[in-house]
Structure formats: structure tokens, C-alpha cells
Design a protein around this ligand. Structure first.
Ligand SMILES: Nc1ncnc2c1ncn2[C@@H]1O[C@H](COP(=O)(O)OP(=O)(O)OP(=O)(O)O)[C@@H](O)[C@H]1O
Ligand SMILES: [Mg+2]
Length: 488
């Protein structure tokens, strides 16, 4: 870019008279003037001290004005310097050629001083304006560049920020999910621990008195037998007893007592034996609930669970009985945590009953067409799993609720009725503990079906040797009482 502080004009002409006339006129007008007498010397001079404007003659020895102009325009350092050709008045061809080579104007010889000066001044002004514009343009370009890069940086930053926010949100929702799961586990294990202690205590307290009742019953039975034999003996030895004895015998219906008493004693023995079994299952539960996987009959577990909720299935004033259809398939013994699976059955069955009760309460004149039914279907699927399908003809589950059924603490039941933990605990038991799956199928208005699938064999399960537990199948079957405990 040229230095606008200088006021230097270079005149290139091989005719000394021309040089003289022009120099004088320009100097008088306040310009600094440099002169060159050939194209070559002009080019050298311009490189050394670039002028603000060049007045260039066409006809010169050596390289002519056109060639000089060409070379100056080809050089990036000099191409911006305005060139005015000096041509003879009639030389139209030269004028056009000069302009096409990049000259800004021409002045004709002989010079009209005033016109030449006016043209020079206009071109200098134009040159200054164009330089200022270029500078401004460069500034604007730079500004645009800066803004573009600032915008790019901002975009990058926004993207990074968005990414971080979404990562953080993901982390937080995962943390929340984990926390809820941990909470459910904690509640469950806490419940079981307290329950285990309670059950162990109760079992211990009941065990002793029951044992001595049961033990003494055998003696009592023997004594009773002896006493009855003695009475018979009296009757044979003294057939004619006194009137008073005969009266008393009739009054107490001695013959009936003789027949009934042994039956009573043996039913008492059966009763105490049952209590002992219950106590034993309490003890088993409190000791073994967290124990290893056992091979069990799933139908026994379902039946015990049904026995425990039997009271909820019975007809009540205004409500009919809830009918249970057992559509059991042919299942092999299944390796599982029996108590925990019973807990799952209890949760699903209780929900089905809740749903049916809700429907009955909301449906006036509940008629026979709407008789409440729970169907339990079991089958082997894919050769290595079993499926238990528990279906009810209750109100069904809307899609919105279906999405959240297994979420911890999600309930649609009134406060105090549901904790919203039943299905999430069941999900944990089936999916995490047994590697199975638990899902529901429902069309609102058409009841709901919960499908529990677990593998028949569990990894890490080793069959006990016959001498360790020959009757493992028998002992592993959960009694209804231990299932009840698993529910509390
Ligand atoms: N058979 C069903 N029919 C209709 N809705 C059901 C059925 N089973 C579950 N649900 C819905 O799923 C929700 C969650 O069930 P979940 O067993 O986890 O909790 P809850 O029964 O509400 O409370 P809790 O079992 O802890 O006492 C229920 O509140 C209910 O809305
Ligand atoms: Mg429930």
C-alpha cells in the first residue's frame, strides 16, 4: 500500500522539454516530483521509492510505456499505483490500449496544464478513497473473521455444554435409579432381617410347650387306654353296679366317651404335630431364607400361596367368590429360591385380587357375566424355562401405568393401601436373582396377565449328594406358613 503522506509524482518521459514543463507545473501545484527518462529506470526507482501517481509516456527508447505499465501492474508491490498515460492528441488506439493495460487515465500532448492538473488531482483523490476503502474493507474482513471464529467457538462451547448437561442428566437419572433399587433391596433385606429375628424368637418360644404337650400326649393316650381297660374290667367283674354308677354312666354317655376319647387324643396328636411342623418351617425360614437354590415343585408354592390368600377369595356381602382356575402343566422340579418365588406369586396374586375388588366395588350390580376369575397357567417354554401366567379379568392396566408398574414406589392405590413395592421387588427376584423375566400384558378393560419366566436350572447350583440330603425335594417344598412369613 502506498504511503499517503508523500505527495510524490513520478514523470516518466524521454523528452526533456516535456519533463521540464510538467515538473514545473506540478511543483508549482505543491507536488513533489521525481523524473525518469526510461521505462527501466522508472521501474527501479519505483521499487526504491513508490510514488503516489505515475505519468507515463508511451514512446520511449528501450521498453515503451505499455511494457512498463504491464510490468508495474504485474508486480503486487506496484500494481496499485495509478498510472496516467501521456499520448499524442490523435492517438486513439494508444489511449485505448493504455486503459486496457490498467492505466487510470490519459492526458494529451501538448499539455493543457489546468486539465492535466485537474485529472491528476482527481486520480489522487480517487486513489486515496480507494486506499481508505481497501483499508476499511480489510478491517471489516478481519472483524467478520473474528466474529465467525467467535461464533464457531461459541457453537463449540454450546455443544460441549449441551453434551455435558446430557451426560450429567444421564448420570443423575442412573444414580437415582440405582438409589431406588438399593432402597428397595434395603427395605426388603431389612424387613427380612427383622422378620427373621421375630420368627426365630416366636418359633423358639412355641417349640418347648408344644414339644411337651406332644410328648405327654403319648403318655396321656396310654393312660387313657389303661383307664378305659380298667373300666371295662370293673364292668365285667361287677356287672351289677350300683344305681348311682349306672346313672352317672348314662349321664356322661360312657360308651360314647370310650369310643370318642381315643379319637380326640389322636386328633390332638395330629394337631400338635402340625404345630411342630409349622414351628419347624418358621425355623427353616428364619435360618434358610437366604440360603442356596433348591429344587422345588412350583405348584406346591402356588398352592401354599393360594391357601394363604384363601380368605380374600371367599364371597363377601355384595361380592361373589373369586374363582381360581388352576391350569397347571407338567412341570419338572425347578431350581430356585423357593421362599422368594412364593413372595412373587403372593405379590402378583394380591394385585389381581386388588384389581378385581376394585372392579367389583366400582361396578354396580356386579352380575354373573362378570364373575371374577383368576387363572394360573403353568408350562415349560423353550425346553429350559418355565412360565407361570397369572391372569385376571379385572379392569386391566392402562399403557401409561404399564410403563411404570415395575418402578419402585409406583402405585395407583390410595395412601396406606399400596406401597408400590410389590412389583419392583418381584422384578428384582425374578430378573436379578433368577435370571428370568417378568412382564405384563394388558388391554385396558380386558383384565391383565403377568408372566413370570425362570430357568429350570440355575447356574452355580450343585445337586447335594444323597448322603447330605437324601430328601431334599421333600424338605424344600415351602409350607404355606413359610410363604406367609415371606410376605409380611
Ligand atoms: N393385575 C393388575 N391389574 C391392574 N393393575 C395392576 C395389576 N397389577 C399391578 N397393577 C398396577 O401396578 C401398580 C404397582 O403394583 P405394585 O404391586 O408394585 O404396587 P401396589 O400393589 O400398588 O403396592 P404394594 O404391592 O407395595 O402394596 C399397582 O398400583 C396397580 O396400579
Ligand atoms: Mg402390589
Amino acid at each position: 500500500m502506498q504511503n499517503s503522506d508523500t505527495n510524490l509524482i513520478l514523470i516518466v518521459d524521454d523528452t526533456p522539454t516535456n519533463l521540464e514543463v510538467l515538473s514545473e507545473a506540478l511543483t508549482d501545484a505543491g507536488f513533489d516530483v521525481a523524473v525518469a527518462t526510461s521505462g527501466e529506470s522508472a521501474i527501479k526507482q519505483i521499487e526504491y521509492e513508490p510514488p503516489e501517481l505515475i505519468l507515463l509516456d508511451v514512446m520511449m527508447p528501450g521498453i515503451d510505456g505499455f511494457e512498463t505499465c504491464k510490468r508495474l501492474k504485474a508486480n503486487p508491490k506496484t500494481k496499485h499505483i495509478p498510472i496516467i498515460f501521456m499520448t499524442a492528441l490523435a492517438d486513439t488506439v494508444d489511449k485505448v490500449k493504455g486503459l486496457s493495460l490498467g492505466a487510470v487515465d490519459y492526458i494529451t500532448k501538448p499539455f493543457q496544464q489546468a486539465e492535466a492538473l485537474a485529472r491528476i488531482q482527481i486520480h489522487l483523490k480517487l486513489q486515496n478513497i480507494s486506499v481508505a476503502l481497501e483499508q476499511q474493507n480489510a478491517r471489516l474482513q478481519q472483524e467478520i473473521q473474528e466474529r465467525v471464529s467467535a461464533e464457531l467457538a461459541l457453537q463449540k462451547l454450546t455443544q460441549e455444554l449441551e453434551q455435558r448437561v446430557s451426560e450429567r442428566t444421564k448420570e443423575l437419572s442412573q444414580a437415582l435409579h440405582d438409589l431406588q433399587k438399593a432402597q428397595v433391596k434395603l427395605i426388603q433385606s431389612e424387613k427380612l432381617a427383622t422378620l427373621g429375628q421375630l420368627v426365630a424368637g416366636v418359633a423358639h418360644e412355641i417349640n418347648n410347650p408344644v414339644n411337651f404337650i406332644h410328648g405327654n400326649l403319648q403318655h396321656a393316650s396310654c393312660y387313657i387306654e389303661d383307664l378305659l381297660a380298667l373300666i371295662s374290667l370293673y364292668q365285667t367283674q361287677f356287672p351289677d353296679s350300683s344305681l348311682e354308677i349306672a346313672k352317672k354312666s348314662k349321664e356322661i354317655d360312657l360308651e360314647f366317651i370310650r369310643l370318642d376319647l381315643p379319637k380326640i387324643v389322636s386328633s390332638m396328636a395330629i394337631g400338635t404335630q402340625r404345630i411342630q411342623e409349622i414351628v419347624q418351617s418358621f425355623r427353616n425360614f428364619s435360618r434358610h431364607d437366604e440360603a442356596e437354590v433348591k429344587k422345588v415343585n412350583i405348584h406346591d408354592g402356588l398352592n401354599s400361596t393360594l391357601m394363604l390368600i384363601d380368605h380374600r377369595l371367599k364371597a363377601k356381602p355384595g361380592y361373589p367368590t373369586i374363582q381360581v382356575i388352576k391350569d397347571y402343566g407338567n412341570l419338572p422340579p425347578v431350581e430356585c429360591f423357593a421362599g422368594k418365588m412364593n413372595q412373587v406369586f403372593m405379590n402378583v396374586l394380591s394385585n389381581a385380587i386388588d384389581a378385581l375388588e376394585e372392579l367389583m366395588a366400582n361396578t354396580q350390580n356386579f352380575d354373573h357375566k362378570l364373575s371374577p376369575i383368576i387363572r394360573i397357567h403353568t408350562e415349560v417354554v423353550g425346553g429350559d424355562r418355565i412360565a407361570i401366567r397369572i391372569t385376571d379379568n379385572g379392569p386391566g392396566i392402562s399403557e401409561v401405568v404399564q410403563k411404570r408398574v415395575f418402578d419402585p414406589f409406583f402405585t395407583t392405590k390410595p395412601a396406606g393401601k399400596g406401597t408400590g413395592l410389590g412389583m419392583s421387588i418381584s422384578h428384582q427376584i425374578v430378573v436379578e436373582k433368577h435370571g428370568g423375566s417378568l412382564y405384563c400384558i394388558s388391554c385396558p378393560g380386558n383384565g391383565a396377565e403377568f408372566v413370570i419366566e425362570i430357568p429350570i436350572r440355575q447356574e452355580n447350583f450343585s445337586e447335594p449328594s444323597w448322603w447330605e440330603s437324601p430328601d431334599i425335594l421333600e424338605t424344600s417344598v415351602q409350607s404355606p406358613e413359610s410363604s406367609l412369613i415371606a410376605q409380611i
